[in-house]
Write a protein that binds this ligand. Structure first.
Ligand SMILES: O=C(O)CCC(=O)C(=O)O
Ligand SMILES: [Fe+2]
Length: 181
């Protein structure tokens, strides 16, 4: 299967199915103002058998607008995050956060984070996390967290809700933005 990570606006399948209405209602009650005004109209359902992950990506800026919500169902998952930084921008970007920095080469460094997402949890990607960090799920059957080994469940299913973008992206991260290229 080839993944384009894009949307064809001419092939809209209609409204989201009614069985996700209660999830959308919960999302609209989140305390964030942007979330309350965002009309989510796109749903991707992914199924992950054990050992199957998701390759690193930033959800396409030009295709989707604002925050992204991903509901974990069935098994849990550890999602990993990376931000690639030009060496010149490093001191500023790391000043307020305690993070391990790896040098990829003389010009680029990588910041990493990982989060554990239990079943029935909702991941909210917004701002810098949505527009500037790659996210991925390693292709492993076993995860290691603080030196503990956690075996993946037999299956994870995620429901990812997004808003299809109309007009170009206006984010503050031009280096990661396909609307600005
Ligand atoms: O499975 C997930 O929770 C995330 C899926 C995802 O990042 C995507 O479809 O872009
Ligand atoms: Fe994604």
């Amino acid at each position: 299967m080839s993944l384009t990570r894009n949307v064809n606006n001419e092939k809209c399948l209609g409204e989201l199915p009614s069985f996700v209405s209660s999830i959308l209602e919960r999302i609209s009650s989140f305390p964030d103002i942007e979330t309350r005004s965002l009309v989510l109209d796109q749903l991707t359902v992914n199924e992950y058998p054990p050992g199957v992950g998701l390759s690193p990506h930033i959800d396409t800026h030009s295709a989707f607008e604002g925050s992204i919500f991903s509901l974990s169902l069935a098994g849990p998952c550890i999602m990993e995050f990376r931000r690639y930084l030009e060496a010149a921008s490093l001191p500023n970007a790391t000043s307020s956060i305690d993070m391990k920095v790896e040098n990829l080469d003389n010009c680029t460094s990588i910041l990493r984070r990982a989060i554990y997402m239990p079943p029935r949890s909702m991941l909210l990607l917004s701002g810098e996390g949505r527009y500037a960090w790659h996210h991925y799920i390693p292709h492993h059957k076993i995860d290691t967290v603080n030196d503990s080994v956690i075996r993946r469940a037999s299956r994870r299913v995620s429901f990812t809700f997004r808003k299809v973008r109309v007009g170009p992206c206006q984010c503050e991260f031009p280096e990661y933005c396909d609307s600005k290229r």
